[in-house]
Ligand binder design. Structure first.
Ligand SMILES: [Fe+2]
Ligand SMILES: [Fe+2]
Length: 413
């Protein structure tokens, strides 16, 4: 049997085991043990029943970018994660309870304890509280959160930034994933927020599409209307190559790749495919470099920093757009020419996690150690943007869509 099939069977058996375990805990008896007339019991079983029904329905409908479908799918994630958190809560509770019993057994020899109804009720009530946190966070994430565009201001000071560029405002967006959107007006509102930041330069660090070029069509005029005095530039993300799409032939795939590039141009962005451009102001200049996607396998590694900087002097101030932050650790950090600021995206912050000033947490950090915000090594900076859209799960839970505004300052001024 194929290892992926075995992994899928183990996964679903594990989920089934957790659900059965949770049912046996009767969490609905938190407020009343009168199970004949217990609204909580019916709500709880409604939750459990929703999962197989929705999964079957989603497979049958298979209709992405549809608001109803997305709410349906979002609820599947909401309820699935809620049940998982609830079951894990009971597992932890049982673990501590077991440790307590073992300790009592070895110290007093008593193995059993008289059941404590009050304690059990308290455990159930606390469990409902714990389960409510992911449930309501997801409810927000699948309705409002996914369009809750957040402007993040990042002030950076560089000793060698030419002083004509002091105060320069760069707006970075990333990971638009046009094919996921289900509300054109909300997307337009987000795009308008970019212009409202008075950018000198607008940069888009890839993943314009999920798979196909046509996904972008409804939004092209809005993207095209954006303007900045120093221009609009972009790089390709792993999704822009169409490798995740279902194309009939190699030729169709190649055609789609060309169409995606055309869409970037139609949106007013100049693609820097292993290339650079000199940005000039007040008789001084800086370099903006862009590389093709360079990612962790299985993602493509077409980025060629050597080629992109062939005509760049080491003493020039350099900005780099590179979709996948892995590239920074693998090539940019030890690249002989100093790259002052690299802008990436790709991680989406996993669209789920904790993102408050003093605590940033998401499972994605185990795959991408540099997964959010600013990193600095010596004079080299990396910024990882959370993304503008979403992929897969039609939600943003705790990690909201981002518009980054960099304000550069020169130490010379
Ligand atoms: Fe992406
Ligand atoms: Fe990506």
């Amino acid at each position: 049997m194929h290892p992926r099939i075995i992994a899928a069977i183990v996964f679903w058996l594990l989920i089934l085991g957790l659900v059965v375990y949770l049912i046996r805990k009767k969490p609905y008896e938190a407020f009343s043990s009168n199970t004949h007339n217990n609204l909580g019991k019916w709500l709880f079983y409604g939750f459990i029943a929703y999962l197989p029904i929705s999964i079957a329905g989603l497979v049958f409908l298979n209709k992405r970018a549809d608001p109803i479908f997305n709410i349906f799918l979002g609820l599947t994630f909401s309820i699935g994660v809620t049940l998982l958190v609830w079951a894990v809560y009971y597992l932890i509770n049982d673990l501590f309870h077991g440790i307590g019993r073992a300790a009592r057994f070895f110290t007093t020899g008593a193995s059993a304890r008289t059941p404590n109804k009050g304690r059990r009720r308290f455990v159930r009530q606390l469990g409902i509280g714990m389960a409510a946190i992911p449930f309501f966070s997801f409810l927000y994430g699948i309705t409002k959160g996914k369009y809750d565009f957040t402007v993040r201001n990042v002030k950076l000071k560089f000793a060698d930034l030419p002083k004509a560029f002091h105060g320069m405002r760069i707006v970075q967006i990333s990971d638009v994933h046009s094919g996921s959107f289900d509300d054109v007006e909300e997307v337009k509102r987000g795009i308008a927020m970019i212009q409202a930041q008075s950018p000198d330069l607008i940069l888009f660090t890839g993943d314009f599409v999920n798979q196909k070029a046509e996904e972008t069509d409804a939004y092209i005029p809005s993207w095209n209307a954006l303007s900045a005095p120093m221009g609009k530039y972009s790089v390709l993300g792993n999704h822009d190559y169409g490798f995740f799409g279902s194309f009939d032939s190699e030729e169709a795939l190649k055609k789609n790749q060309e169409e995606v590039k055309k869409r970037y141009a139609n949106a007013g962005f100049t693609l820097l495919n292993n290339a650079n451009v000199k940005l000039e102001k007040g008789g001084e200049s800086i370099r903006l470099i862009g590389v093709e996607n360079w990612g962790k396998p299985p993602f493509p590694q077409f980025g060629d920093l050597e080629k992109a900087t062939a005509d760049v002097d080491d003493n020039e101030f350099k900005l780099l757009m590179s979709h996948d932050p892995t590239h920074w650790d693998m090539h940019v950090l030890d690249f002989p020419k100093l790259i002052h600021l690299t802008m990436s995206g790709h991680t989406h912050g996993m669209q789920m996690g904790i993102d408050i000033p003093w605590l940033k947490l998401s499972l994605v950090k185990f795959v991408y150690p540099r997964w959010i915000d600013l990193y600095k090594e010596g004079q080299r900076h990396l910024y990882v943007n959370r993304g503008f859209g979403w992929l897969g799960m039609p939600a943003r839970v705790g990690i909201f869509p981002e518009i980054t505004v960099f304000e550069l300052s020169s130490a010379e001024v």
